[in-house]
Design a protein around this ligand. Structure first.
Ligand code: NDP
Length: 417
């Protein structure tokens, strides 16, 4: 434990891996893993880079979105996600596919002022100078305006206790826009400082991207939902009930939304987008009226089941790591090189497909039947089954009274005897 991590960021990759190997007593085989997924260009993206971390990437199929067939690359480690998305999309395809809309696409940033004795007066002063401040914002990143975007609106909100938020709305064009917006905000904050003789507490974009909303909808004849002994009408009615519960109960809503984000994050990661930004925005939006609720709703009139999902989706097709990541580039091509609003539409539809499949399973056979079938593979591999052993072990596990690690290890040991 004598390894020296001082100036670790200045070390070469070889030096860094040697230090870690020494510190963590790694075997040569373990140290060699760093090399397996090492991509030299990625050491330019993050500090103290060691290696890439492999996550499975697959393709969700059966999607028709706004009358266009789509294949959707997804990155996820959860076994049932891609199967569920494809399954949900297959049902919706039979009813004509998803339909989507997007609002104007602007990112919102905040300049927070503090310790104001007369916040109303300060707010009025800033509002009087809004036009000039928008020019300051555009001058800080002029290429956005040249591309047809740029600063659009200034809004001032009194937060109470002497705090004020100056919200800057910016059309960030094809990018997610966080860095560009932050540059603009810092410039505007300086001008506000001169104008109001105060120093801003902070200047940073808000991930509560209420000016970048995307909506996906689908309308399904209930007959399409029939599952085993459950009639389509009964499934529709139970799915609508499940949707109501997610509106009433935050415990259920969190899980309902996690299922939606299973799809959304997987496409966000595959396309080089910031999924933490989408997560925080989605959950803030889910609590927009003061109670955390399900992001999607399902209603039925007995003949049709109607699903709708709306959430902030401030995604980009340029910027961040998108152009640096070869696989993200490839995935944009698989998606047909969408514009940023089209990517948001695709992602919203993926979230709704995911939610449809999850709710339908939950209110009929239960989630475990389909889910565990796929989870068992992960369990068998975690227990050490080789690809050749997998079919036998899976078959035995399906029948086993306990589907746990110990049982799986015992089955593998028995098979090898
Ligand atoms: P970038 O800083 O990469 O800026 C976008 C880049 O795309 C610019 O260089 C811009 O060129 C270029 N570009 C090319 N064509 C276009 C076009 N048509 N429209 C818009 N831009 C274009 O990324 P973002 O500003 O989008 O910021 C996203 C990154 O910020 C993500 O990695 C995110 O993780 C991170 N981030 C997120 C935060 C958060 O969510 N809270 C906070 C801080 C960072 P030009 O320079 O010529 O305009």
């Amino acid at each position: 434990m004598t390894a020296d991590f001082r100036h670790f960021y200045q070390k070469s990759w070889a030096e860094r891996t040697a230090i870690v190997a020494d510190y963590s007593a790694l075997t040569p085989a373990e140290t060699a893993r760093f090399k397996t997924y090492y991509l030299p260009q990625h050491s330019e993206i993050i500090e103290n880079y060691l290696t890439d971390y492999p996550l499975p990437m697959g393709l969700a199929v059966n999607f028709v979105i706004d009358d266009q067939p789509r294949i959707i690359p997804m990155v996820t480690e959860e076994p049932s996600v891609i199967a569920a998305a494809s399954n949900g999309a297959k049902i919706v395809k039979r009813a004509g596919g998803f339909h989507t809309t997007v609002t104007r696409r602007e990112m919102i940033g905040q300049i927070v002022l503090e310790q104001l004795t007369e916040p109303a007066k300060t707010a009025a002063l800033i509002e009087q100078h809004a036009a000039d401040l928008l020019v300051v914002a555009d001058d800080a990143h002029p290429s956005l305006k040249r591309r047809g975007g740029g600063a659009k609106q200034l809004r001032v909100r009194q937060l109470g206790q002497g705090y004020l938020s100056v919200d800057l709305f910016v059309d960030v064009q094809a990018a997610m826009g966080a860095n560009m917006l932050n540059t603009m905000l810092e410039a505007v904050a300086k001008s506000i400082g001169v104008l109001t003789k105060t120093n801003a507490l902070m200047s940073i974009l808000s991930n509560y991207a209420t000016a970048s909303l995307a909506t996906a909808t689908c309308e399904l004849p209930v007959a399409l939902l029939q599952a085993g002994r459950y009639s389509g009408a009964l499934v529709a009615q139970k799915m609508a009930a499940a949707s109501t519960v997610a509106q009433l109960d935050p415990y259920r809503a969190a899980t309902h939304n996690k299922g939606i984000m299973n799809g959304i994050d997987a496409v966000a990661i595959a396309t080089g987008n910031d999924w933490r930004a989408l997560e925080s925005g989605a959950h803030a939006y889910a609590a927009r009226d003061g109670q955390y609720r399900g992001l999607s709703t399902w209603t039925t009139d007995g003949k049709t089941l109607t699903g709708q999902l709306t959430l902030p989706l401030p995604v980009g097709v340029v910027g961040g790591s998108i152009k640096i990541n070869d696989v993200a580039q490839l995935n944009h091509k698989l998606l047909g090189q969408p514009t940023a609003p089209t990517l948001a539409r695709i992602i919203a539809a993926t979230g709704l497909a995911q939610n449809l499949a999850a709710l339908r399973a939950l209110v009929t056979t239960g989630i475990q039947q389909g889910h565990m079938h796929l989870q068992l593979k992960s369990l068998a591999m975690a227990a050490g089954a080789t690809p050749a052993e997998l079919p036998t072990i899976l078959q035995q596990l399906e029948q086993a009274p306990h589907q746990d690690l110990t049982t799986t290890q015992q089955l593998i040991a028995a098979l090898r005897q």
